[in-house]
Design a protein around this ligand. Structure first.
Ligand SMILES: O=C(O)CCC(=O)C(=O)O
Length: 265
């Protein structure tokens, strides 16, 4: 019982932090052995390359090759449809340690994994990785409420040098005028009010097994991988049982997966 009370109060503290900052890092949520198995699996999917894949040339991000035929254009950026690729990836998507936290962050409502968004292994290769400008993930998603949570599992170190994520704490609560975005709905960096916002950015440094939870309205960005080692992260997005995808939209193309929550230790 004392154990359960402790677990509850840890979850409460995590939830408070998440709702204040729009993100939360739980250190070493996955063990070194789990990360090693996932990383080995990802390596087998990269060579030979197993589709579906988003290539650097498909991203349209700054610094990315313009066409698939250009040098580096066929560098994999995201191994898509992670959930259906392998039982190990499915297991991580529904991991009880993650599920318990998601349920708490969703105010007690049951979490569902979206197969339509993120649902990928993000790879950042040396040589041809582009940077990701400031954005909110919700910009192209269509749900009843803008209240989804993504999880980002680092499978190795994530630092400035290899393109770690930058976040603006608390920015998930901001209302930002439409004219502050460019056509692709990235924050315009030429505006002083956006520059002041971006000046508040913090880098989320992660090590293998650390899990970042972040809100779909949190502004985030990331740099290039300037090292000579591949960076890999496993990313899933979740909504809750009372927040469904709008019918007929990209968010509703594939059914969401109900994530079971176990309340044991
Ligand atoms: O470049 C990155 O690692 C960030 C990717 C990202 O922010 C996204 O896919 O929403």
């Amino acid at each position: 019982m004392i154990g359960n009370v402790m677990v509850a109060s840890n979850l409460d503290a995590e939830a408070e932090q998440f709702h204040r900052d729009g993100y939360l890092v739980v250190r070493k949520l996955a063990s070194a052995a789990e990360c090693a198995s996932l990383r080995t699996l990802v390596d087998t999917m990269l060579d030979p390359l197993q589709g579906p894949v988003e290539f650097e040339a498909d991203t349209g991000y700054p610094g990315a090759p313009k066409h698939r035929a250009d040098a580096g254009g066929l560098t994999p950026r995201r191994l898509l449809h992670a959930y259906s690729r392998d039982p190990l990836l499915r297991a991580w998507g529904c991991d009880p340690r993650v599920a318990r936290r998601l349920e708490r962050l969703f105010g007690g409502r049951a979490p569902y994994l979206s197969q339509c968004h993120h649902n990928c292994v993000m790879t950042k290769h040396p040589g041809f990785s582009s940077l990701t400008s400031w954005h909110q993930d919700i910009r192209y998603w269509s749900f009843q409420r803008a209240d989804l949570i993504s999880t980002w599992l680092a499978l190795g170190p994530e630092r400035k040098a290899n393109g770690a994520l930058l976040v603006i704490p608390g920015s998930h609560r901001l209302e930002v005028d439409a004219q502050r975005y460019d056509q692709a709905l990235f924050l315009r960096t030429d505006l002083p009010e956006n520059q002041a916002l971006i000046a508040q950015a913090k880098m989320v440094e992660l090590d293998a097994g650390d899990l970042l939870f972040f809100h779909c309205r949190l502004f985030h960005a990331a740099g290039r991988n300037e090292t000579d080692a591949l960076k890999c992260s496993l990313v899933f997005s979740y909504h809750d049982e009372l927040n469904q995808a709008k019918p007929g939209t990209r968010s509703a193309v594939y059914p969401s997966i109900r994530v079971p929550v176990s309340h044991g230790r």
